[in-house]
Design a protein around this ligand. Structure first.
Ligand SMILES: Nc1nc2c(c(=O)[nH]1)N[C@H]1C(S)=C(S)[C@@H](COP(=O)(O)O)O[C@H]1N2
Ligand SMILES: [Mo]
Length: 503
């Protein structure tokens, strides 16, 4: 005798979709997502891109901060994995609608049509991108069609119809997904144009890069003066990929006349070369989110002043990834709008087609993928400040210790970079006895520019036992790097870097 409970359970089970239906729907969702990727590649037209952005933006500030400080790049990977899963489930949902419609109408061709069209619509609503959405719809429809046909044909070996549906659907999804990934990877490796600046600017860039190369101290374990691998920090799970044909930069807000610049307007202006270092406020004290490049661009004031700027308080920079940062207007005075990096077109990951460089300030206001410069009369709050950070001001002074090279013959070489924004680095002091006595380190010759790091090195005889090496910088105004240790949150890490060495 079935109990009342099991009868109820059977009733519920009868209303739930079968495992086979769920599997086919998920397979169709995966194929739809692969279709979207095949056309869009890893760009904002890809369904997962806006989904990932929504996930990041919905995340409480504390979680985002934790992800940055504790998880680092892993946090971004986890968010992306979650976004991929959510986007497959979205399309699985629309595929399921199709299957249900086909059942209700008892016309099996309904499933691919309804599933495909509703997937197209969902993708279009989420991304606003037509072709990737068509491809998403086609992927879903294809899997549902294969599953329907596989379920309908007779099988000599008596494999159940459900099993044939699942096998057909999954096989179709696997092959479509493989093709989609291959095609999508090709989309994103598209090569970019050459940097549109005068030959004279390019020539100067080559000689400045050569100068940086010569002045680099060539120490094992630290970056040369122009970074080989420049760090990346942004909220964009999928980097924007603006088309320079349609991209515009506007100057808006409290100005006499709002202005709009096209890419060609900007590259036609007189460009200059500038060494600028960037450092992220969210990095750890001895972290590696500090790098330097030679940038090509135009003074931002040359773009803003023609709009007629009264005496204003602040400015908000807005970007294609939804990022925005606000800071006092005077900081723009020596800011650059960069569209080149190390003599090449600004890479997508660093803000193509153009980014702001605000000398001496924490990285966060160096807005990438810039679209709008809004002049403000009253203060507003930027993206990170809404989440508790105070990262719009000048950088803290730091000397990093990244290389410890123990040589044959008992010599030890320690080395790193020192940076103090526009205050410049005057001196780096090293202690090999835990802070008792201090010696001046050797410094790399300064590069031209007001906002550039320097390398330091120091060699000494190994004492033959564990000892603590401590480093600290003195900035160009004579101020010693603060000893007090603070966390990155909310306004950047401080303290002296020290390291225990066994030699
Ligand atoms: N559009 C946009 N610009 C941005 C960010 C961002 O999330 N979006 N992150 C900022 C932060 S926090 C830093 S540290 C720098 C890093 O620049 P990079 O990735 O070129 O090193 O970019 C800044 N500009
Ligand atoms: Mo940052």
């Amino acid at each position: 005798m079935p109990s009342r409970f099991s009868a109820a359970r059977e009733q519920v089970a009868a209303r739930l979709p079968s495992a086979a239906t769920v599997l086919v729907a998920v397979a169709a969702g995966a194929a739809g997502l692969a279709g979207s990727y095949a056309v869009a590649g890893f760009t904002p037209g890809f369904l997962t891109a806006p989904v990932a952005t929504v996930l990041t933006n919905r995340m409480p500030g504390a979680v985002v901060t934790f992800a940055i400080l504790v998880l680092g790049d892993l946090g971004k990977v986890l968010n992306l994995a979650a976004a991929l899963a959510v986007s497959v489930l979205l399309l699985a949902g629309t595929a399921f609608l199709g299957i249900a419609a086909g059942r209700r109408a008892r016309v099996s061709a309904f499933a691919p049509v309804v599933g495909g069209v509703s997937s197209l619509v969902v993708s279009l609503v989420v991304t606003g991108a037509v072709t990737p959405s068509l491809a998403a719809g086609a992927g879903v429809a294809a899997v549902l069609a294969v599953a329907a046909v596989a379920g309908a044909v007779g099988s000599p070996r008596g494999v159940s119809s459900d099993r044939r549906r699942v096998l057909g659907g999954v096989a179709a999804a696997l092959s479509l997904s493989a093709g989609g990934v291959l095609a999508g990877d090709r989309t994103t490796t598209a090569t970019q144009a050459t940097l549109a600046v005068d030959d004279a600017v390019l020539d100067e860039a080559s000689s400045l890069l050569a100068e940086a190369d010569e002045k680099s101290m060539g120490v094992d374990g630290i970056e040369p003066l122009v970074s080989e691998r420049f760090y990346n920090v942004d909220i964009a799970n999928v980097d924007p990929d603006p088309d320079t044909e349609t991209w515009e930069l506007t100057v808006t807000g409290d100005v006499e006349e709002e202005l709009t610049y096209e890419y060609d307007d900007i590259t036609a202006m007189d460009a200059e070369n500038r060494f600028v270092s960037l450092r992220c406020v969210g990095e750890s004290l001895n972290g590696k989110k500090l790098d330097t490049a030679l940038w090509q661009g135009v003074p931002i004031r040359d773009l803003v002043d023609p709009a007629g700027v009264p005496d204003n308080c602040c400015v908000m920079l807005r970007a294609a990834d939804g990022f925005y940062e606000e800071f006092p207007l005077p900081a723009l005075d020596d800011a650059l709008l960069a569209f080149g990096m190390n003599g090449e077109v600004l890479p997508r990951s660093h803000g193509y087609p153009a980014r702001a460089l605000v000398p001496g300030h924490w990285g966060e206001i160096n807005v990438k993928w810039l679209t709008e410069i809004e002049v403000l009369q009253t203060e507003q709050t930027g993206y990170w400040e809404e989440r508790g950070w105070h990262g719009t001001g000048p950088v803290e002074t730091v000397a990093k210790l990244h290389a410890t090279n123990v040589r044959d013959g008992g010599r030890v070489q320690v080395a790193g970079h020192a940076y103090a924004g526009t205050r410049g680095i005057d001196r780096v002091e090293v202690s090999t006895d835990g802070g008792e006595t201090w010696t001046d380190a050797a410094l790399s010759d300064p590069l031209p520019g007001d906002d550039v790091w320097r390398q330091w090195t120091h060699e000494y005889d190994a004492p033959g036992e564990r000892h603590d090496v401590v480093v600290r910088a003195v900035d160009g105004t004579g101020d010693l790097q603060p000893e007090e240790e603070t966390d990155a949150f909310p306004s950047g890490p401080t303290g002296w870097v020290s390291k225990t060495i066994d030699a």
